[in-house]
Design a binder for this molecule. Structure first.
Ligand SMILES: C[S@@+](CC[C@H](N)C(=O)[O-])C[C@H]1O[C@@H](n2cnc3c(N)ncnc32)[C@H](O)[C@@H]1O
Length: 256
C-alpha cells in the first residue's frame, strides 16, 4: 500500500513551530539554540510519532528530536505532538544520510532506531540504517559516552546490526531477542510499528550499544576506496536516480 501525496504537507511542515528549518546552520550550537543543558535524544525515522509524543512528557529532563524525511508522515507526527504540551520536543525534516552535517561531535547522547526499514535484499544492504557507513556517522556525533538503541521485528536486520557493530568496534551493552519478555521492557514505550507486531505475537529484537572512541581506520579506508570506485563507475549516480523515483511509503504497511 502506498501513502497518498498530500499537497498541503510541505507547507504544514515548513511552517510548524516544532520543525527546525536549516538545521545545518546549528551544527555545534544545538545547546545554545535550544537553551538547554538537557541531553539530546534523537529518534531516526520517527514515522507517525507515537514514541516521541508519549515520552516527551514522561521524560522532561531530556530534549527529544525526531528525524523524518517524508512530509506526509511528519505532518501526522506533528499533529500528534500538538496534542501534548511538551516544550522539549522538536523535529527535523531531512534525510538521515545528512546527519553529520547537522550535529557535531558529542551533541547527541542517544540515537533511537525504531523498526527501521530492513532492506532485506543484499544489494540494498548499504541503505540499512545500521550499515557501517551510518555507524561511522553516529560514532562521530555520539562521542564515547553516547548510545545507539535499536528495536526491530526483523531478525535478519538484528543479526546484520550485531555484525556491523562488531566490525565497527561498538560495545553491545544490552541485547534481547524478545524485549517484551526481558528485564529491558520496563518503561518501554511502544511505537506504531511495535504495537502492530506485538499484537501479532511477534518477538521484538532489542539492543543498546556504545560507539568506540576511535572508529576503526581499516573500515574507514575501505569506505574511501569504495567511494572512489563508485564515482569512477557512476554507480552512485545510478543509485541516486533509483532513490529519487521511489514512491512515498506508508511506514505502517510497507516492507521491501
Ligand atoms: C518503518 S517506519 C518506522 C516508523 C516508527 N519509527 C515506528 O516504529 O513506528 C520507518 C520510517 O523511517 C523513515 N525513514 C526511512 N529512511 C529515512 C531516512 N534516510 N531519512 C529520514 N527518514 C527515513 C520513513 O519515512 C518511515 O517513516
Amino acid at each position: 500500500m502506498r501513502l497518498r501525496r498530500k499537497p498541503e504537507a510541505k507547507e504544514f511542515v515548513r511552517q510548524h513551530p516544532r520543525v527546525i528549518n536549516d538545521p545545518k546552520q546549528l551544527r555545534g550550537q544545538w545547546r545554545t539554540f535550544l537553551q538547554t543543558d538537557r541531553p539530546l535524544h534523537v529518534e531516526l525515522g520517527t514515522g507517525k510519532g507515537r514514541f516521541l509524543s508519549t515520552i516527551c512528557a514522561a521524560k522532561p529532563n531530556i530534549h527529544w528530536i525526531g528525524v523524518e524525511r517524508v512530509e506526509e508522515v511528519l505532518m501526522q507526527a506533528l499533529k500528534k505532538a500538538d496534542e501534548q504540551d511538551c516544550s522539549n520536543l522538536h523535529f527535523l525534516w531531512m534525510d538521515i544520510a545528512e546527519l553529520d552535517e547537522v550535529f557535531d561531535r558529542g551533541e547527541v547522547a542517544r540515537f533511537y532506531l525504531h523498526f527501521s526499514d530492513p532492506w532485506p535484499k543484499k544489494r540494498h544492504a548499504k541503505r540499512r540504517l545500521t550499515h557501517r557507513d551510518f555507524l561511522a556517522q553516529y560514532q562521530k556525533i555520539l562521542g564515547p559516552k553516547g548510545e545507539l538503541l535499536l528495536k526491530t521485528d526483523h531478525r535478519s536486520l538484528y543479526e546484520f546490526t550485531l555484525e556491523e557493530l562488531a566490525v565497527c568496534g561498538y560495545t553491545v551493552l544490552e541485547q534481547s531477542e524478545d524485549l517484551h519478555r526481558s528485564p529491558y521492557s520496563e518503561g518501554n514505550i511502544m511505537t506504531e510499528y511495535e504495537e502492530k507486531f506485538v499484537a501479532k505475537g511477534m518477538p521484538i529484537y532489542y539492543l543498546l550499544a556504545r560507539p568506540p572512541v576511535e572508529f576503526p581506520e581499516e573500515v574507514l579506508e575501505k569506505r574511501r576506496k569504495r567511494k572512489t570506485w563508485q564515482i569512477d563507475t557512476g554507480q552512485e549516480q545510478a543509485d541516486h536516480e533509483t532513490n529519487r523515483n521511489d514512491d512515498v511509503s506508508d511506514p505502517l504497511t510497507d516492507r521491501d
